[in-house]
Each structure stands twice: as structure tokens, then as C-alpha cells.
Design a protein around this ligand. Structure first.
Ligand code: OSB
Ligand code: MG
Length: 372
């Protein structure tokens, strides 16, 4: 397989509803779409780096820089036998996993389309539908939160996750338990607490949550291990699991009992499969995270989530919660039973509306091998 050309588009889209986490509120999303051409086929990838370095150190601009200056020269025009070699071929570039993943996942899509097979199949997945959960941001009031929870339960989602931060935690969870009973419920703190808050976080134990996601620092493992000893609620790590190696260390340290896999965070599909397999071997369940992706990145997530150890509902919800219209048509829908069907066409298996991508594009770049 050879990538003959690589193109980048920086796109900006308004969100249907603002999204607020412990690190801030956003009203729109700016992200990079990667296109790779080879052997008469085209593959697409979406970079999950955000505009600001608040979830992770990477931003859309660092990803643009690293792909343009360092990844494209190592990948474009070079023979790689299989997309699983792409991450290893980028070993000389430290970190920058979101930039690497966007290109690696586009290469997987290209490979699958060249073979005429759905991405799920080439990744080794087996499911034809996946269980879907929602991530509900911090709202302006508990009444607004209650209205959101009601709406998402009515849509069929199989679990509710709410974002928490100091001042928006125990009362919000208590309100949901009071009004909605024993629904599958979890919280995500996006690193908003410290170990000094352990007694406060232990107040969540009585609500029988599925898990608490990333309560402590984005870079931490050892404080999470100490916290897990003091909590009944399982800890799930997101931000802290930057690589497969960190996943291994976190499990060994007892820093978490569950892991959130986002291919962007750990460098793409190949590394995600390695982490998935490692967790399966250690008896640690995983679920697929989300980064408010457009239909392009969302479809990629759906395919990966067909692997067997994705045994908990993921943050892979319907397009209409994020963008209207989405960059794909038809959009991703959730069925009344809270599942999302896996597209069965070649590659990502969704129809990209290139006119909409075009209209949302604020900058582009193109890379081809130098002509000799
Ligand atoms: O922590 O999982 C997170 C969105 C942006 C950055 C970080 C996170 C999230 C979400 C959204 O929770 C999940 C979704 O795509 O619905
Ligand atoms: Mg998270």
C-alpha cells in the first residue's frame, strides 16, 4: 500500500448545543480532516485535537504543524505493506498521538476501501451494532440537566454520563438518582480534583455509579491508585492513558479498573487494538470514548468498537447531538434500543458530503512526493 497524496482541511462547525466540561465551554469545533489517496482509492481520518490545549497538550495547530512538517514526509510516497506499520514508521516523532492517529486511521480506511471491506472487518471486529451511551455536559441549572437526562433516556441510550467539577457533582448525581432511579450512570471529572478531595469524592460511592472517569490530574497514575483504594466506585482512566504502556502501568498500579479507549489519544487503530487486547488479557473492561467527532471520526469509532472487549456502552452517540447537518449523509442514528448499526460498506462505510466539508473549510494543504 502506498499513500500517493495527503491532503489536510481545517474545518469549523457550530455545535448543536454548547458542551461544557470541567475545563471549559465550547460552542463550535475546529478540527482537521485528513484525506489520503492511493491505488485509485481514497481514505479519510478525523483529527480529534481541539482548538485549545485543555483536554490534552495537542491542538489543531500543533497537529497541522506536525502532520505537515514531520508525518507527511515520512508517509507520502513511501511503500508501507499494511496500515498497521504506520504508527511504527512514525516512531521517530515523539508524542503527538492525535496527529499520528488522524493519518494512521485514514490509512486504515484507504486499505479497507482498496479491499472493498468494512473497516470493522479489517480491524478484527465482529459486532454488527454497538451499545451507545451519552456524555452530558455541565448545564446552567439542575433543571436543565434533568431535561437533558430525560431526553437522552427517551432516545434509548444505554447509559448516561455526566460531566462533573467541584460545585457540580454530588448534588447533580443525587438529583438524577432521585428523579430517574437506578439508571446506568457514570461521571467524568476531566481531571478536576486532587487526592485531597478523596473524602468528598467518596460521597459519590452511595450512588452506585458504574465508574468515575479521570477524577485526578491528566498526567497522574499514582494518586489514582491511592484514590481507588479509598473508593468503592471503579475508576476509569481517560486522559492519563496516553499510550499502551501507560495502560499497562495503570493496571499494574491499581490506578483504574476500567479504561476509556480513544484512538486519537493513543496513536490510532493499531495501538488501540494493542491496548484493547492487553486489557482483555488483564480482565479490564474497556469502552470507546468520544471527542465530539463529526460523522467521519464517529464512523471510525463505531468500527473500532466492534472488537469484543468493548464491553461497556461507549460515548458514540447520534450525529444530531453534535452537528446539524453533519459532514455525512445519512447521519449516524441511534435505534430505540440504544444501539448504533455498524456501516457495512467499504472502509468507513458512510457517505461524506464533500460540499459540506468544502463549505466548512477554513484552510487546506496538500502533500505529494517531490517529482524527480
Ligand atoms: O473526556 O471524554 C471526554 C469531549 C471532549 C473532550 C473530552 C471528552 C469529551 C466527551 C464527549 O466526553 C464525548 C462525546 O463525543 O460525546
Ligand atoms: Mg473523559
Amino acid at each position: 500500500m502506498k499513500i500517493e497524496r495527503l491532503e489536510l482541511a481545517l474545518v469549523k462547525l457550530p455545535l448543536v448545543h454548547f458542551f461544557e466540561t470541567s475545563f471549559g465551554r465550547i460552542y463550535d469545533k475546529t478540527f482537521i480532516i485528513v484525506r489520503v489517496d492511493g491505488g485509485g482509492a481514497i481514505g479519510f481520518g478525523e483529527c480529534v485535537a481541539e482548538q485549545d490545549p485543555y483536554y490534552s497538550a495537542e491542538t489543531t495547530e500543533t497537529a497541522w504543524h506536525v502532520i505537515s512538517e514531520f508525518i507527511a514526509p515520512r508517509i507520502v510516497g513511501v511503500d508501507v505493506i499494511h496500515p498497521r506499520e504506520v504508527f511504527a514508521a512514525l516512531k521517530g516523532i515523539r508524542g503527538n498521538n492525535m496527529a499520528k492517529a488522524a493519518v494512521e486511521m485514514a490509512a486504515w480506511d484507504l486499505y479497507a476501501r482498496q479491499r472493498g471491506e468494512p473497516l470493522a472487518r479489517v480491524l478484527g471486529g465482529t459486532r454488527t451494532k454497538i451499545a451507545s451511551g451519552v456524555s452530558i455536559g455541565i448545564q446552567d441549572s439542575l433543571d436543565d440537566l434533568a431535561a437533558k437526562v430525560e431526553q437522552e433516556l427517551a432516545a434509548g441510550y444505554r447509559r448516561i454520563k455526566i460531566k462533573i467539577k467541584p460545585g457540580w457533582d454530588v448534588d447533580a448525581v443525587g438529583m438524577i438518582r432521585n428523579r430517574f432511579g437506578s439508571i446506568p450512570l457514570m461521571v467524568d471529572a476531566n481531571a478536576a480534583y486532587s487526592l485531597a478531595d478523596a473524602d468528598h469524592l467518596a460521597k459519590l460511592d452511595r450512588f452506585d455509579l458504574m465508574m468515575i472517569e479521570q477524577p485526578l490530574d491528566y498526567d497522574d497514575l499514582s494518586d489514582h491508585a491511592a484514590l481507588q483504594k479509598r473508593l468503592k466506585t471503579p475508576i476509569c482512566l481517560d486522559e492519563s492513558i496516553k499510550t499502551v504502556r501507560y495502560g499497562e502501568l495503570a493496571i499494574a498500579a491499581g490506578a483504574c479498573r476500567i479504561i476509556n479507549i480513544k484512538p486519537g489519544r493513543i496513536g490510532g487503530f493499531t495501538e488501540s487494538i494493542r491496548l484493547h487486547d492487553l486489557c482483555a488479557a488483564r480482565g479490564v473492561p474497556v469502552w470507546h470514548g468520544g471527542m465530539l467527532e463529526s460523522g467521519i471520526g464517529r464512523a471510525a469509532n463505531i468500527h473500532l468498537a466492534t472488537l469484543p472487549n468493548f464491553s461497556l456502552p461507549g460515548d458514540i452517540a447520534a450525529s444530531r447531538r453534535y452537528f446539524n447537518p453533519d459532514l455525512i449523509d445519512p447521519p449516524i442514528e441511534v435505534a430505540p434500543d440504544g444501539t448504533v448499526a455498524v456501516p457495512d460498506g467499504p472502509g468507513l462505510g458512510v457517505a461524506i458530503r464533500h460540499d459540506r466539508v468544502e463549505r466548512a473549510t477554513v484552510r487546506r494543504a496538500s502533500f505529494a512526493p517531490a517529482v524527480v
